[in-house]
Design a protein around this ligand. Structure first.
Ligand SMILES: [Ca+2]
Length: 486
């Protein structure tokens, strides 16, 4: 059966012997299983385990993890149980980072071997002197760790008895690492800014999110779908379907040059269903889906039109859009209509707001509250990440700022509004780390003075949750950390 079992233990803890015995037991029971040792993947890059500098060490270990996750995915796809032995799963975050690289979603178990020092010393002695291991220090470091994730198992018996005990724990699902997984469908106008691409990337690589599918909207939505397809392919997530939705066409000249330098052709790997149909199919096939809209809402409105029960079928809907209080940036009030997602298709947005979804809105107000959007040092860190999907984000950021400045000049708006804002990324961050944000439950009245939607907070309005505050710098660090670690 498809599952991932991580066995953590310091050097000479007996983890390899236990791993071998467990594999035998699984195979005897007719369960396909495989044992992978993280160390051998590191040894592929550096058999000697001695590095000239910390940077090279990190690089080799990073690549080793990348290679092992490819192997794990291969076996999980064949429905195997995969046992990984390693000694780097000390905190829950280590596990999250590790499994975040996997394409496959499966139950994860973690067992820490708590091996008495005398036992380890004896085992090390039997293996012969090993100058690279400072066992006493390792033991001390391990003893310092409180709140181990997973299950701490004291392996003080014979390996056969310990393996049997571990097997019993696995059968009882002890040591199950609970990473709360939210199933989402992302509807996006990806392709012209970094923000949608970054949100998609974050959703695709975060183990807390199962990205069921992606749909695109606005202008040339087939172009946008092709962009989403490219980003997902670059991330190794070819199985996530992408469907184009409603759009009115457009040239997207600079975007095509940046994203498809070899020349743009619409992707041949798009899902053939229209966006609304893919959304409804995925909602009907899955329980507890969270719909996420980070563009205009016409695909969602069409899905709603086709199935009026949609609001009851999904767990919740989170939208980036709207403004509650027009914020002030550099002394200038953000003009009405500046918020794109609701203003450009207020008819669809109105239908969605009034439909009775369990609705959370991340409004434009939050974006413009940021005194510190992406800083230049954060952006240069981002640009230094070698992953081609992340490289694409950095390129989009540079070009979109130029394009935005031109747009501002044409519209006679202050150039102070041109900043590397973080928007759509926050929606995904909010799903994963809600404690970085504050929300408020309100009732909203929808009004359309001079054709732009306005929210009025009023007791007889529609209930929804508004994300109204954020720990911006922590949220940005969280996003960057995820990208750095992928
Ligand atoms: Ca967007």
């Amino acid at each position: 059966m498809k599952k991932l079992i991580l066995i953590d233990g310091g050097p000479a803890s007996g983890k390899n012997t236990l791993g071998d015995l467990l594999i035998k037991m699984f195979n005897n029971a007719g369960d396909k299983s495989v044992l992978l040792d993280l160390d051998t993947f590191v040894e592929h890059f550096n058999p000697a385990w001695v590095w000239e500098n910390e940077e090279q060490k990190n690089k080799d270990q990073f690549n080793a993890r990348l290679n092992i996750t490819k192997e794990i995915d291969k076996y999980l796809e064949q429905n195997s149980t995969v046992i990984v032995i390693g000694e780097r799963f000390l905190q829950k975050d280590d596990v999250v980072k590790f499994v975040g690289k996997l394409k496959t979603i499966c139950p994860i178990y973690l067992y820490h071997l708590s091996t008495p020092f005398s036992v380890r010393e004896k085992r090390l002695h039997q293996r012969g002197p090993h100058s690279l291991i400072d066992l006493a220090k390792d033991q001390k470091d391990r003893e310092k760790i409180k709140n181990w994730p997973g299950f701490v198992y004291e392996n003080i018996n014979s390996p056969e008895v310990d393996a049997k005990n571990l097997m019993q724990l696995i059968r009882e699902e002890k040591g199950h690492i609970d990473i709360k997984v939210t199933k989402i469908i992302l509807d996006t106008d990806i392709g012209s800014e970094m923000t949608d691409a970054a949100a998609l990337t974050l959703a695709a690589i975060s183990p807390e999110i199962e990205l069921l599918g992606v749909t695109t909207v606005t202008h040339d939505s087939t172009f946008r779908a092709s962009v989403a397809r490219r980003v997902l392919n670059l991330l190794g997530k070819k199985n996530i379907p992408v469907a184009a939705g409603f759009g009115t066409g457009g040239n997207h000249e600079w975007e095509k040059a940046v994203i498809f330098p070899e020349g743009y052709l619409p992707s041949k790997e798009l899902d053939s269903r229209p966006a609304w149909k893919l959304i409804l199919d995925l909602v009907n096939q899955n329980e507890n889906v969270t719909l996420v809209g980070i563009g205009t809402t016409i695909n969602l409105a069409k899905a709603l039109e086709q199935d009026s029960k949609l609001p009851k079928k999904v767990e919740r809907l989170i939208l980036m859009g709207g403004m509650i209080n027009p914020p002030v940036v550099d002394g200038k009030t953000i003009p009405k209509g500046f918020e794109y997602n609701f203003c450009n298709d207020s008819a669809s947005a109105e239908k969605i707001i009034k439909a009775g979804f369990n609705l959370t809105i991340v409004p434009g107000d939050l974006t413009f509250q940021q005194n510190d959007p992406w800083t230049s040092s954060e952006l240069s860190k981002l640009a230094s990440i070698q992953n081609p999907a992340i490289q694409l984000l950095a390129k989009l950021k540079d070009k979109s700022l130029e394009a935005m400045a031109e747009g501002m000049k044409k519209a006679n708006l202050p150039l102070g509004f041109v900043k590397p804002w973080v928007n759509d990324e926050f929606v995904i961050t909010y799903i994963i780390e809600p404690e970085l944000f504050k929300t408020r439950d309100v009732f909203i009245k929808w009004e359309l003075p001079d054709k732009y939607p306005r929210f009025i907070i009023s007791d007889d309005g529609y209930p929804l949750k508004v994300v109204n505050q954020a720990n911006f710098s922590e949220a940005r660090s969280f996003i960057l950390e995820r990208f750095l670690n992928f």
